[in-house]
Design a protein around this ligand. Structure first.
Ligand code: DNO
Length: 347
C-alpha cells in the first residue's frame, strides 16, 4: 500500500513539509479547488501543484475529487459537454502522473452530518450524525452544518426540486452513461476511477443514493466490468450502514481488484438508530474492526492508496472539521502499524 494524506491545496493551513514528516507518508491526495465544477483544469495548474508536492518529497498520484457536475447526475442535455470536459480532466491529470481519481455520484450533498463540532468526553471534537436531529430538520428551510456556504437557499431548493423526478434507476442509468464515456479514457491513460460510497449510505431528503451497499456495487461492476471502474473503500461511510458486512465486502472487492483507494476511519455507533460519532481511528475507540478489515486487504495483496480519513480536532487544534493535522497523523500511524504488523506476521 501507499500511505497518503489529504491536502486541500495551497490554501490548506497544513504545510506539505509537515505532512512529509508523518512516518511512511508517500504522497498527498488533492484537487484543483479554485475552478468551478465542470470546467477543465489547466495542465499548468496541475504541474504547479505537482511541483510543490515534489519539492516536499511527496507524490501527487491521487485526485480527490474531480467533482461530477449536477447536470451529469440529473442527465440533462448539457451533460455531454460536461462529460467531455471530465475526460479532458482525466487526461490532464494522467499527464502529470495521476493514477487514481476519487469521485462520487451523490446528488446535491456529498456527505452529511448533523454536528461538525461534537464534543467528546475527552474534550476532543468530531463530526457526528444524530438521526433525531436529522429528523427535526425542515427540508423547506434547510441549514445543514458544512453546507451553508456551498448553496444559497434558493439554489438549494431549486436543485432539490430538479431531483424530484429522478428515481434510483434513473440516477443509476445516468452514472452508467457517464462511465461508458469515461472508462475508455481511463483505459487508455492508465487511470483508476474510484467511486466514493454514499456518506451516510442511505437516501436523504428523498434524494436517491445508489452507492451504499454490496448490492449497489455488484450492480455497478456488472454494468461496467472494466476494473478501471473501481471504488474508494471508505470504512466510515460504508460502516455507518450497520447492515453492511465490511469484512466480507473488502474481501470480495479486493479479490476483484476493484479497490483502488482506501479511506480508513472509525465511527462509534450511538443507540439503535443510524446515529454515530466519528471516533479516533483505533479499534478500541469505535465500532469498526479496522484490524480485521486491513488483515483482509493484506491477505489479498492490496497495492492501492490508503489515507487516514477524518480525524478529531485535538490538542487545541481548531482546523477544518475532520481535517486537522494531529489526529489524522495519529490515524496514519495506527494504520501503518496495522499494515506492518500484519504483513510481518504473514512472512
Ligand atoms: C469527506 C469526503 C468526501 C469525499 C467525496 C469524494 O470528507 O470523504 O467529501 O471526498 O465524497 O468525492
Amino acid at each position: 500500500m501507499k500511505m497518503t494524506f489529504r491536502w486541500f491545496g495551497p490554501k490548506d493551513s497544513i504545510p506539505l513539509s509537515y505532512i512529509k514528516q508523518i512516518p511512511n507518508m508517500s504522497g498527498v491526495v488533492t484537487a484543483v479547488y479554485d475552478m468551478p465544477v465542470g470546467e477543465i483544469w489547466p495542465i499548468e495548474t496541475l504541474e504547479k501543484l505537482k511541483a510543490q508536492c515534489h519539492q516536499n518529497g511527496l507524490e501527487m498520484e491521487v485526485i480527490e475529487s474531480i467533482p461530477v457536475h449536477e447536470d451529469i447526475k440529473l442527465g440533462k442535455p448539457s451533460r455531454d459537454v460536461l462529460i467531455d470536459n471530465y475526460c479532458q480532466n482525466i487526461i490532464n491529470c494522467a499527464q502529470v502522473g495521476v493514477k487514481c481519481v476519487c469521485y462520487n455520484f451523490m446528488p446535491v450533498f456529498d456527505w452529511l452530518r448533523t454536528n461538525m463540532h461534537h464534543t467528546n468526553a475527552d474534550g476532543s471534537n468530531s463530526l457526528s450524525y444524530s438521526q433525531e436531529d436529522f429528523d427535526n430538520l425542515d427540508p423547506n428551510n434547510l441549514h445543514l452544518p458544512g453546507w451553508d456556504e456551498s448553496y444559497s437557499s434558493d439554489e438549494l431548493q431549486s436543485l432539490l426540486n430538479e431531483y424530484q423526478n429522478i428515481s434510483h434507476e434513473q440516477l443509476f442509468d445516468n452514472l452508467i452513461y457517464f462511465l461508458k464515456k469515461i472508462i475508455p479514457v481511463c483505459e487508455k491513460y492508465d487511470v483508476n476511477m474510484a467511486i466514493h460510497p454514499d456518506d451516510p449510505p442511505w437516501d436523504v431528503f428523498g434524494l436517491p443514493r445508489i452507492v451504499s451497499s454490496e448490492q449497489d456495487f455488484d450492480k455497478l461492476f456488472k454494468a461496467i466490468p472494466s476494473t478501471r471502474n473501481g471504488l474508494t473503500f471508505c470504512t466510515g461511510s460504508l460502516g455507518a450502514g450497520r447492515n453492511n458486512d465490511l469484512i466480507h465486502m473488502v474481501d470480495k472487492y479486493a479479490k476483484q481488484k476493484r479497490i483502488h483507494f482506501f479511506h480508513a476511519r472509525n465511527i462509534k455507533y450511538v443507540g439503535d438508530s443510524n446515529s454515530f460519532v466519528e471516533s479516533g481511528h483505533n479499534d478500541k475507540c469505535g465500532s469498526l474492526d479496522l484490524y480485521k478489515i486491513i488483515e483482509v486487504l493484506v491477505e489479498n495483496d492490496f497495492q492501492g492508496y490508503v489515507r487516514p480519513d477524518h480525524g478529531r480536532n485535538i490538542w487545541g487544534e481548531d482546523n477544518k472539521p475532520g481535517y486537522g493535522l494531529y489526529d489524522r497523523a495519529l490515524g496514519a500511524s495506527y494504520i501503518n502499524g496495522l499494515f506492518e504488523a500484519i504483513e510481518r506476521n504473514r512472512k
